[in-house]
Design a protein around this ligand. Structure first.
Ligand code: EPU
Length: 420
């Protein structure tokens, strides 16, 4: 199993290009099931989760090729089955995103129930409720969600009692080919939902309300082939900016979408970083002592849960006390025990972490990655820790960060990937 070995103590300087967004690429890949003809995608990141979604589509008979410009072409016109198998779904919960499009296009779907997860119980009840509202018969049997809509889906009013990102995406993808009008209330407003909407609109879907809590989808008979460029990954960008705030230095991230990062940039500024935005480039300069910042996670446009772990790392080396409250997932603090092993002074009370930050508190230790963003927080800690930090089980990080060691090394970090 690959490990990362990080020599701490180097400041980061230079520039990077943001990769395509994982959480946008996944639903957009699933949306290829909806159309007649090919979906051609650019800016798809090279990530394990993207490969898994491609495998899910491939296992149903989709034809997937890379064209000469490295665009991904997906053709689902000769699908052999509508089954997302357990062997694939168990490695990535987002596989459930094929449920809505399969039902909408083929009137049937079998999707393995995702199992447990390192960050919380993460049920899929909201996804199933949406499909039922749209007229599907849904049962769970033998570890599979089995859904049918023999006479097609019918537009309906869907009200989410909890905001769900992939739940909203599944509902939209089911509704675009449903007969009549669907209203989705309390929809997720994450930019990745907006990116999916833009891609669907370019296929001919009729959707109103992008970026708001209420979406209206007017069903159409069919969607046509299109080309689409996936938006940049705001969480990857925010992770690297947080790294620079911790190590000191000056870094520009190009091809980013600064307007999607307001809540994070505000907290980095509060922590002492100087941030300048020039169109799609974000420049962060850190030449002061870090200040601790209080965080509470919440759905977009508030502070993202996907940046919570990285900010706990930041707070461990910022002089003073801070609190970080996790309101989205009930068990997303697995990184805390590992950061404590590296010298962090952190205590947990329910969904709140209290951090007593100290400038040079982190030192090297062998640590273990437990989920994607937890792994990122350990990399950030390793960049500032005294000595050499060894991070085990880094396959988690390869699910969501493209060539993380190459990108950070190009800025002056010293990270080595070792196998075995
Ligand atoms: N929830 C339910 N029932 C459901 C669905 C969700 O109770 O049927 C609950 C969840 O347990 C959670 C809350 O609703 O407490 C919100 O979860 P949400 O459904 O929004 O999460 P998700 O769609 O499964 C996406 C991202 C996650 C990100 C969350 C929150 C993708 C592929 N994944 O997950 O990304 O943390 O939204 O923003 O878009 C990551 O990239 O590291 C990651 C975990």
């Amino acid at each position: 199993m690959d490990k990362l070995i990080i020599e701490g103590g180097h400041s980061l300087n230079g520039s990077l290009k943001a990769s395509g967004a994982k959480n946008s690429a996944l639903p957009i890949l699933a949306s290829s099931l909806l159309l007649e003809g090919k979906l051609t995608l650019s800016n798809i990141p090279h990530l394990k989760d993207v490969t898994t979604m491609i495998e899910v589509l491939g296992s149903m008979g989709a034809n997937i090729t890379l064209d000469e410009d490295m665009n991904l072409e997906i053709d689902t016109s000769n699908l052999k089955n509508q089954i997302a198998r357990y062997e694939l779904v168990k490695t990535m919960r987002a596989s459930v995103l094929v449920l809505g499009p399969l039902l909408a296009k083929f009137g049937q779907a079998e999707v393995a129930l995702p199992g447990g997860c390192a960050i919380g119980s993460r049920p899929v009840n909201l996804h199933l409720d949406c499909m039922k509202k749209l007229g599907a018969e849904v049962v769970t049997e033998g570890g599979y969600i089995k859904a049918k809509a023999e006479n097609g889906l019918k537009g309906a009013e869907i009200l989410f009692d909890t905001i769900s990102v992939t739940g909203t995406e599944n509902a939209i993808m089911a509704a675009v080919l449903a007969e009549g009008e669907t209203v989705i209330k309390n929809a997720a407003r994450e930019p990745e939902v907006g990116d999916l909407i833009d891609c669907l609109i370019s296929m001919g879907a009729k959707i109103k309300g992008k970026g708001t809590k209420e979406l209206m989808v007017f069903g159409v008979k069919e969607l046509k082939q299109t080309s689409y460029e996936v938006m940049p990954d705001r969480i990857e960008t925010a992770t690297y900016l947080t790294a620079v705030a911790m190590t000191g230095g000056e870094v520009s991230i190009k091809n980013s979408m600064p307007e999607t990062l307001d809540s994070v940039l505000k907290k980095l500024t509060e922590a002492g970083a100087k941030i300048d935005i020039n169109e799609n480039t974000i420049n962060l300069k850190m030449d002061k002592n870090l200040k601790p910042v209080d965080i509470s996670t919440a759905p977009y446009p508030l502070f993202p849960t996907d940046m919570q772990a990285q900010f706990i790392s930041l707070n461990t080396i910022a002089e003073g006390q801070s609190s970080v409250v996790e309101t989205i997932f009930e068990n997303r603090f697995m990184h805390v025990q590992e950061l404590i092993r590296m010298g962090g002074d952190i205590s947990l009370a329910g969904n709140t972490a209290i951090i007593n930050g100290k400038k040079n508190s982190l030192h090297s230790a062998p640590v273990m990655a437990t989920d994607l963003r937890a792994s990122a927080s350990l990399v950030l800690a390793g960049l500032v820790a005294k000595g050499e930090t060894k991070i085990d089980r880094i396959y988690h990080i390869d699910r969501g960060y493209e060539r993380i060691e190459e990108k950070l090394n190009s800025l002056g970090a010293n990270i080595e990937r070792v196998t075995g």
